[in-house]
Design a protein around this ligand. Structure first.
Ligand SMILES: [Zn+2]
Length: 292
């Protein structure tokens, strides 16, 4: 018996795990990989984005409801899940932007905020870690912070001199950033919708998109996971307050998605194993070395 492969996916809020890399996780779970989702904050400052649930009693119990939603999504994806216990920073809006609320995740010092993640990495001992890029994928302060603590913990977890009170050192072997919201993917989905005679939900988005900001040239890894898009969407719908079931996310039929863009895409940014890029497997170069 070889050692079981382990994947840790670090996310800012409950629901992020279901919209970024969810089909990848479902695929690896089906293959017997042990997958742990780490959720940095409780999502306490999230809005109610589903018009059918926009009621005062829902707003009042947001923290509890989001925990229940996360538990349903966790079951659907077949993963384990852990909370880091930080408080949602909220998405600041206005001009000038208001300051972040006191005590929120976005204001924590990185070294302190990375500590519980280092502890989890040493307990769970992941071979592969996924997180967001330096911009957070989108400019939510919790997403940017999630990136910072993930990178800091990846670097510190294997270092016996760092956080010595948080367990035996463990060095994860690969670190990836999510790269799925790329211009070529959105364009491919848009064109596939038009070719099928359907209305594309991306027309306005594509008009506004600044091609200079596209990061698709950074993609190193495309994981084929089209057969798990249903599972991904079911998990996302479990976050019922956070997604409108009639919204644009679900407008593109799965058959079209599977045909036009059947992968979730990543950038490999740290690797301690020999790599051959491009690749189609987050565990490429690891499988042999841990005897699976
Ligand atoms: Zn988020």
């Amino acid at each position: 018996m070889g050692e079981q492969l382990r994947l840790m996916a670090v996310h800012a809020h409950p629901d992020d795990e279901s919209s970024k890399g969810a089909a990848t996780m479902a695929k690896y779970v089906a293959e017997g990989v042990d997958v742990l989702v780490v959720t940095c904050t409780g999502g306490e400052r999230g809005s109610v984005l589903n018009p059918k649930l926009d009621r005062p009693e829902i707003w009042e119990q947001m923290a509890t409801i989001r925990r229940e939603e996360m538990e349903r999504a966790r079951e659907i994806l077949g993963v384990r899940q852990a909370w880091l216990g930080f408080v949602d920073s909220g998405f600041p809006e206005g001009d000038p932007l208001p300051p972040l609320p006191e005590g929120c995740f976005g204001l924590e010092p990185v070294e302190k905020a990375a500590a519980p993640l280092v502890k989890l990495m040493r307990e769970f001992r992941p071979h592969v870690v996924t997180t967001y890029d330096e911009d957070g994928g989108y400019p939510h302060p919790d997403h940017v912070m999630c990136h910072k603590v993930s990178v800091a913990a990846f670097e510190a977890a294997g270092d016996p001199a760092s956080y010595p009170e948080y367990g035996e050192p463990w060095q994860p072997l690969k670190l990836y950033y999510h790269m799925s919201f790329s211009l070529p993917r959105v364009r491919a989905l848009h064109e596939a919708m038009l070719a099928a005679g359907l209305e594309s939900p991306y027309t306005e988005w594509l008009e506004k998109w600044d091609p200079a900001r596209d990061k698709s040239h950074r993609i190193t890894t495309r994981v084929p996971c089209g057969e798990y898009f249903e599972v991904r969407d079911d998990a996302l719908r479990a976050h019922a307050t956070q997604v409108d079931p009639d919204g644009s996310w679900f407008h593109v039929p799965l058959e079209i998605q599977k045909r036009a863009w059947p992968t979730e895409d990543y950038e490999l940014t740290r690797s301690l194993v020999e790599q051959r890029l491009p690749e189609d497997d987050l565990f490429a170069g690891i499988r042999g070395s841990v005897g699976v």
